[in-house]
Design a binder for this molecule. Structure first.
Ligand SMILES: Nc1ncnc2c1ncn2[C@@H]1O[C@H](COP(=O)(O)OP(=O)(O)OP(=O)(O)O)[C@@H](O)[C@H]1O
Length: 273
């Protein structure tokens, strides 16, 4: 069954669409990587997929059911979400916060059991921060807190993971830890949808890439076919070279000057003369 799908979706605020005609699907074991310039609507799309924001038009289905017909608990049972920014209002320990991922779908008053705490510990270990289990999350660095929220989503053990820029603010090594975890989970049959500003991440773990630009999907398909030099240059407004490594993986190298033909939708600076 399709884990997550959007059909003719228009997303936006107050009934005004910022992007429309969004149709895509992700099956079990797929890693769908969403890319696009700042402000193109990636976070807005994720909030709409999760039913946190109403669609302007079109439909979203989670596990075959329209998201509009699902309760918050039913959504939490189907999808774990790592938001882009996560304020922490109270001084929870990292372990407490991750344990909440276990009980999210049971409701706010649910009491975690020993198995929930053990699963939360295991999730902290998977992202390499078991030593921070007792730390006050309000005292953690941005990257450490990001890893706590990734662990929280892992502990939720939902069949679909939606991750909004999960590697933002992570150091080089921790980016690799999170990408490896994404690859491992997709190998176990989870469906993963993530956004990133780094095309290399789509090449590394993506089974599909979806490139948003100018209020629409500019291209979607296997990363190697979708994230071409032409498409990346046009969407990001910089010259791009895609190189193939000896092991077949692709990496993307931006030039340090704006592409002559490209123009950034976010209104990047004109080329220096
Ligand atoms: N609550 C809101 N009300 C009205 N407009 C909003 C709201 N939140 C975001 N927007 C606008 O919607 C557009 C898309 O924002 P969104 O955060 O989805 O972009 P994004 O692709 O995730 O950007 P980034 O890559 O910078 O994180 C932006 O123009 C933004 O100003």
């Amino acid at each position: 069954m399709t884990s997550l799908s959007a059909d003719g979706l228009a997303i936006g605020y107050g009934g005004r669409a910022i992007a429309s005609g969004l149709s895509f699907a992700a099956e079990a074991g797929e890693v769908l990587v969403l890319l696009g310039p700042n402000g193109c609507g990636k976070t807005t799309l994720f909030k709409t997929l999760l039913g946190l924001l109403p669609a302007v038009r079109g439909t979203v289905a989670l596990g075959g059911a329209p998201v509009t017909r699902l309760s918050r608990r039913e959504v939490a049972r189907r999808v774990a979400y790592v938001p882009q920014s996560h304020g922490v209002p109270f001084a929870f320990s990292a372990l407490e916060l991750v344990t909440m991922g276990r009980t999210a779908w049971l409701g706010p008053l649910a009491q975690p059991g020993r198995a929930d705490r053990a699963a939360a510990h295991a999730a902290l270990e998977r992202v390499g921060i078991a030593h921070l289990a007792g730390a006050d999350v309000t005292h953690l660095s941005g990257g450490q807190r990001q890893l706590v929220f990734v662990a929280r989503a892992l502990a939720q053990e939902a069949p679909v993971l939606v991750l909004d820029e999960p590697t933002a603010s992570l150091d080089f090594g921790n980016q690799a830890v999170v990408l490896a975890e994404i690859a491992r989970l997709s190998g176990m049959g989870l469906t993963i949808v993530l956004s990133t500003h780094d095309p290399d991440h789509a090449f590394a773990v993506g089974t599909r890439a979806l490139l948003m630009e100018g209020g629409a999907i500019a291209a979607q398909g296997p990363p190697a076919e979708t994230l071409t030099e032409t498409a990346l240059s046009r969407v990001y407004g910089v010259g791009v070279t895609v190189e193939r490594l000896a092991d077949g993986r692709r990496v993307c190298v931006p030039s340090l000057s704006r592409a002559a033909a490209g123009s950034s939708p976010t209104g990047g600076a004109p080329p220096r003369r």
